[in-house]
Design a protein around this ligand. Structure first.
Ligand SMILES: Cc1cc2nc3c(=O)[nH]c(=O)nc-3n(C[C@H](O)[C@H](O)[C@H](O)COP(=O)(O)OP(=O)(O)OC[C@H]3O[C@@H](n4cnc5c(N)ncnc54)[C@H](O)[C@@H]3O)c2cc1C
Length: 326
């Protein structure tokens, strides 16, 4: 690991004053569950580390008039166990609880989950986000079983955040603060497919801190269903988060967002259209699953993900409507 300067600010204002205008000048340190590995692997070599864990204003979950405010330092464990989140935002509680390691759930923060770097093994081994060699990506003909089946090229990694799809389906926004001011960005626009090797996969700028997540009031039935290879230290192979607005048992509008299948959380607009005006049954849920994966472009080793994504949509829908009234 390279030597670095260590800063311990007590306020957001102080912290943003310590950040740089370019990536590499400073990194924000929250739980450290991703950043420390990145630094040990020389993938991030910041000149300064800005520890935000002593900033009280970044803590806590509060119900507001318009929904829920979740501070960036809330841990996955706090989120998964919060009574308000459980009662009204089931899909979010399930996404947080799904992170299989108690250690990661206790140390990892929601801000860090949204800002974590891709888990693509080419990226983690120093080949860059696009894994280019001689002007060509190594991924389409390489080891690609955990890579994207949607939106691939030139980026083929999958977004690692389990909270991302749930937050997109709930219409959440993130607050980003720099020394110049504050902006709010829909989570759907926070995740981006990088256009160049030097770009990031999130809309965060190097001089900004993600301070909170704002989730609108939930008037919907929600669920997250993840398919994992093992119940241990791993990320899902595919997942679906759904949010349904219903009139009795009829779906009036639906959000269906796939996770771990594309460089960003992937909104399955075909499934959303297929669900409108329908009652959720095993048949309509299965049809929505099929609609969700239309247009998938699997690589040489990951066609299995198409089946997993389809099943994840069906099971999330069946779970979300368990509480719907006749
Ligand atoms: C074995 C293992 C299994 C995992 N499984 C899953 C899984 O199934 N699903 C899943 O979603 N995640 C999974 N994770 C990832 C885990 O959720 C993240 O590592 C964690 O949430 C990151 O939070 P942190 O607070 O430790 O972030 P850090 O490691 O401190 O930071 C991560 C990145 O985010 C930036 N950052 C952090 N907070 C902020 C902020 N408030 N503002 C701006 N930038 C910020 C940092 O600069 C850094 O680039 C797993 C991790 C491990 C090690």
């Amino acid at each position: 690991m390279q030597s670095f300067e260590y800063a311990n600010p007590a306020t957001v204002q102080e912290a943003v004053g310590l950040l740089g205008a370019r990536w590499g000048q400073a990194d924000v340190l929250a739980g450290g569950t991703d950043l420390l590995s990145l630094m040990k692997e020389h993938l991030h070599e910041p000149k300064r580390l800005v520890n935000i864990k002593n900033i009280k204003e970044l803590e806590g979950i509060q119900k507001t008039a318009s929904g829920l405010r979740i501070g960036a330092l809330v841990t996955m464990d706090e989120l998964a166990k919060n009574a308000e989140v459980h009662a009204a935002y089931q899909s979010l509680a399930e996404a947080a609880a799904g992170i299989p390691s108690p250690q990661i759930r206790h140390m990892g923060t929601v801000g860090g989950d949204l800002c974590q770097r891709p888990r693509c093994w080419y990226y983690r081994q120093g080949f860059g986000l696009f894994a280019m060699k001689d002007g060509k990506s190594l991924i389409p003909e390489g080891e690609n079983k955990y890579h994207a089946i949607f939106g691939g090229g030139p980026a083929y990694f999958v977004s690692a955040s389990s909270l991302g799809p749930a937050l997109v389906s709930l219409g959440a926004r993130v607050k980003l603060v720099s020394a110049k001011g504050t902006r709010e960005v829909p989570v759907a626009k926070f995740f981006v497919t990088p256009a160049s090797e030097a770009a990031r996969e999130i809309a965060l700028q190097p001089n900004e801190i993600l301070t909170e997540i704002i989730v609108p009031a939930a008037a919907v039935h929600t669920a997250t269903y993840e398919v994992r290879q093992k119940e241990a230290l791993d990320w899902p192979l595919a997942a679906a988060s759904v949010a349904l607005t219903m009139n009795g048992r009829t779906v009036t509008s639906a959000k269906v967002v796939l996770g771990h299948v594309a460089p960003t959380p992937w909104e399955a607009t075909g499934a959303e259209a297929a669900l409108k005006g329908k009652t959720i049954t095993a048949d309509t849920a299965e049809a929505a699953g099929k609609a969700a994966v239309l247009g998938a472009t699997p690589l040489s080793q990951n066609a299995y993900k198409v089946t997993l994504a389809k099943v994840a949509v069906k099971r999330a829908l069946m779970e979300a409507v368990k509480t719907a009234k006749a």
